[in-house]
Structures are given as C-alpha cells and as structure tokens.
Design a protein around this ligand. Structure first.
Ligand code: NAI
Length: 468
C-alpha cells in the first residue's frame, strides 16, 4: 500500500527544501522529491557558486590594485582549478547541510522525477530507475525554472554555454561574448572580466538590467566600460560561424539593417529562465499552466486547492529568497496556521561591481503611479568607510512620499549594497518614515551611515553633503 504523506514537495531548491523543513517542524509527515541535487539551481549552479567566484575575482582584483593602499602584490595569478575546487567545496558543504537538516527534522527525501498522477497522488521515477507511488494530502510544486536557449545559439557546453557551465569553467576564455545584459550576464560578465577575459555584452533592450533604475545601472555600466568591456544595447546576436582557428564570429544585429561581427572564444547565453510548470500532470487535473508558470493565489493555492505552487514556477520575481518565504507560508497553511503572502516588498540584490540592491518602488515607478515623491540621495564617496575600503563608486537613493515622508523605495548601488538593503526592506515592512531611518543612530564609520544620510538628505539636512 502506498505511504500517505501530509505533504509531498516536488523540488528541493530554496523553495522546496525550506518548505519541507518548515512542514516537518510543524509536525507534518513530509516527502521531498528532487531529481538532481538538493539545493536546486541556487545552491548548485546559481546564486552560491556565482557568489563564490564573484568574491574570488574581487579579491584577485583587489590584490592586483593593492599598490594604492600600500600593498605590493607581485605576480598575483589565478589558479582556476583551485578556485573551482574551493567553490565546489562550498556547494558540497551547503548541500550536505540540507541533507543533514532533512534528517534532523524528519523530512524524507527521494531522488527522482515526480509526476502528479492524481489530486492526491504522486508517482516518482526514482534515480535508481524504480517507480514509487505515494499518496499526498497536499502537494507543493516547487520545480523552479530552466535556462532559456536561443535556437541560433544551441548550447554545446563548451563554446556556447549557459550559467551552469559558466560557473564551472576550468579555463578562462580570452574573449567572452555575453548575450543578455541581465542579472546573470552582468554578474558573470564582471567575474570573467576581472579574471582577464575581454567582455562584450549584447543586450536586446535599450538598457542593461531592464527594470532597474537606470541611474543605478549607469554606475555598473561605466565601470564595465572603464575596464574594457564593449556594451552593445538595442542589439541582438543573430548567429555565429566557427572560424578556422576555433574562434566564433558572432553577427550582431544593431537594428535598421546594420550588423557588426564580434570575434570571440566563448558565448554565454543569459536571456532569462523559463518556469518548469509543464509536464508535471497539472493540466490533466485542471490546473492551468501559463508559459510554464503555475498561477496561484495569496495562499499559494492553485486551481486545485490542495495543490500549491511556490518559487520561480509560481511567478515573478524569480528570486531564491522569495521562493523560501513562499515555502514557509505554504508550509504553515498546510499545517493549519494562519499565513499569507502579505509582504510589502521583495528586496533584490545584483552582485555586479559595484553591487546593486533595491527594495520597494523606484523613482520612475512612483512617478508612473502618480505619486508625489521626494528623493534623498547620498554618495558612497562621502563616506569615510567607503574610502577606507577603497570602494567609493555608487550612491544611496531613497524614495519617499513627499507629504508624509513614508519610505516607498530604497535603491543602492555601491559596495555591500546586497547587505545594506536589508535595513531598507525592514523599513518598508515597518512602514517607516524618513525620520525613522534618519534619526536612528548608525555606527560610525560604516557604509550603513549612507542610508541614514540619504534619509536626512530627503528631509533636507544631511550633514556630510550639501543639501540641494
Ligand atoms: P534576466 O531576465 O535578468 O536578463 C535577461 C536579459 O536578456 C534581459 O536584459 C533581456 O532584455 C535580454 N535578452 C533577452 N533576449 C535577448 C536576445 N535574444 N539578445 C540579447 N538580449 C536578450 O535573466 P537572467 O540574467 O538569465 O537571469 C535569470 C533569472 O535568474 C532572473 O529572473 C534573475 O532574477 C535570476 N537571478 C537572480 C540573481 C540575483 O538575484 N542576484 C542572480 C542570477 C539570476
């Protein structure tokens, strides 16, 4: 007889594994099914490995540029194999950690491919090749998303690669062309630029990181260009030819019938991710799957109420922390608690150089909504700490309601923006006012003082800049 679970979670990424652990904490009998490796794309091939490489390349650059700080580092070199092994060790530690948390909390894990074969039934083709049928009072779809391929640039894993291969390279290409100036393209573009590759970015729209405040992206673009990158905007990679020496001649469509050929050694395709909602058996049960997305309500329920969807597959933004939060919410709902997706803001962090981090509405969005806003700004260059860490590019921008001073959005480009944004997210969740941030004593000398000063600038009296 098939085992009955309170919940079967399909997918063990940051959505699914967090949901499974929370379900177990809430005394639910839970099974997590994962076809690849626990931790999903985020831990294995995405967020975590890329951040390790970003940190390594940043340290390398710092060492090379150490002379201005009085550090003479001669003959600094990259051992890319060692770097990959170090990165692999971090990934291993984290995935082993999840398996340990599963065991400790009593989450059962089956490695295999799950299909929903009934409202309360999941059939698993196990990695060993067997079949397992389980009964589930609730099913949580947490299947994530997959890299989008461009037909004219089919992945070959060697010269035409996606993010998964790009975080696993054991040779640094002399030249790399990145298709897509989005998050993955720019994060990994920055890595390989620092490690010595000549970078070209081909972005279809008129700006890098579409959707992010252009004042912020301008800082990242300027730095990429300063270090030799070629940025081609409103451009599309049309196709390529392999040359006699093995290099690739990529034809870039600049619009208006104009083309340019860029010769490169490797092409990284980073044009987005497609949600993995199709082929799971959902449509057969009457759950609509829209371009891979599985639509769900504020409680995470699909059209079949005991089937939930969380993370990338449930909708934008495709961010690990949003998936984890949804996982916790759905676990609590399944366990009979009152919970809902009722956050004010989902912060986002982009690990370019310098970093970008945002929470809440941008200046442009606020204007589009017809809101009367006040903008407070403060540059990193005016912070003693930024000078001391030798990273002064960037600024803080805080959008607030002009009449009430309520904080509506925080936008940071600069060192440690990804860490600094948490205070902004808290401010939004607490419905804080400029005065709340501005009057809070921030330790000196820290980068966090910038948010305090930007708030005070919004109020017209930041101390360390002229308030215009
Ligand atoms: P993305 O949506 O961020 O960027 C894709 C870019 O490619 C866009 O700028 C788009 O205009 C461009 N594009 C699309 N088709 C094109 C074409 N044919 N030629 C040239 N440009 C084209 O997607 P990306 O970078 O692949 O990332 C995937 C997902 O992973 C995103 O949803 C992102 O949120 C997430 N992610 C988040 C990270 C973070 O939070 N730090 C890190 C990495 C990924």
């Amino acid at each position: 007889m098939a085992t009955t679970y309170d919940a079967v979670v399909i997918g063990g990424g940051p959505g699914g594994y967090v949901c499974s652990i929370r379900l177990a904490q809430l005394k639910q009998k839970v099974l997590c099914v994962e076809k690849d490796e626990v931790g999903g794309v985020c831990l294995n091939w995405g967020c975590v490995p890329s951040k390790a490489l970003i940190a390594a390349s940043h340290t390398y650059e710092k060492a090379k540029d150490g002379a201005s700080m009085g550090l003479i580092c001669d003959n600094v070199r990259v051992d890319v194999n060692k770097m990959q092994d170090w990165k692999g060790g971090i990934v291993k530690k984290l995935t082993t950690g999840i398996r340990g948390l599963f065991r400790g909390n009593g989450v059962e894990l089956v490695m295999g491919n799950a299909k929903i074969t009934g409202k309360n039934q999941v059939t698993i083709t196990t990695s060993e090749g067997g079949t397992q049928v389980v009964e589930a009072k609730n099913i949580v779809v947490a299947t994530g998303s997959s890299t989008i391929e461009i037909p004219t640039f089919k992945f070959d894993g060697k010269k035409i690669i996606g993010a998964k291969e790009a975080v696993s390279l054991r040779e640094i290409p002399k030249r790399m062309l990145v298709i897509g100036g989005g998050v993955i393209g720019l994060e990994l573009g920055c890595v390989y630029q620092k490690l010595g590759s000549e970078i070209t970015v081909v972005e279809a729209t008129a700006s890098l990181l579409p959707g992010v405040d252009p004042d912020l992206t301008a800082v990242v673009e300027k730095r990429l260009v300063k270090h030799g990158a070629k940025i081609m905007k409103s451009a599309k990679a049309a196709g390529y030819e392999t040359q006699a020496d093995g290099s690739l001649a990529v034809r870039v469509d600049l619009g208006d019938g104009k083309f340019e050929t860029i010769v490169t050694d490797m092409v990284l395709v980073a044009v987005g991710m497609r949600p993995n909602g199709a082929g799971l058996g959902l449509e057969e049960l009457g759950v609509k799957v829209e371009r891979g997305f599985v639509p769900c309500d504020q409680l995470g329920r699909t059209a079949v109420p005991n089937i939930y969807a969380i993370g990338d597959v449930s909708g934008q933004p495709m961010l690990a922390h949003k998936a984890s939060k949804e996982g916790e919410v759905v676990a609590e709902i399944i366990a009979g608690h009152k919970a809902a997706k009722d956050w004010v803001a989902i912060p986002a962090a982009i690990f370019t150089d310098p970093e970008i981090a945002v929470a809440g509405v941008s200046e442009e969005e606020a204007k589009k909504k017809g809101l009367d806003v006040k903008i407070g700004k403060f540059p990193f260059a005016a912070l003693g700490r930024a000078m001391a860490v030798n990273e002064t590019d960037g600024f803080f921008k805080i959008v607030s309601d002009k009449a009430t001073h309520q904080v509506l959005g925080i936008h940071i480009v600069g060192p440690s923006a990804s860490d600094l944004i948490s205070e902004g997210a808290l401010a939004l969740e607490m419905h804080a006012f400029l005065e709340d941030i501005g009057l809070t004593i921030h330790p000196h000398p820290t980068l966090g003082e910038g948010l305090m000063e930007a708030s005070m600038n919004g109020l017209g009296h930041a101390v360390h800049i002229l308030n215009r």
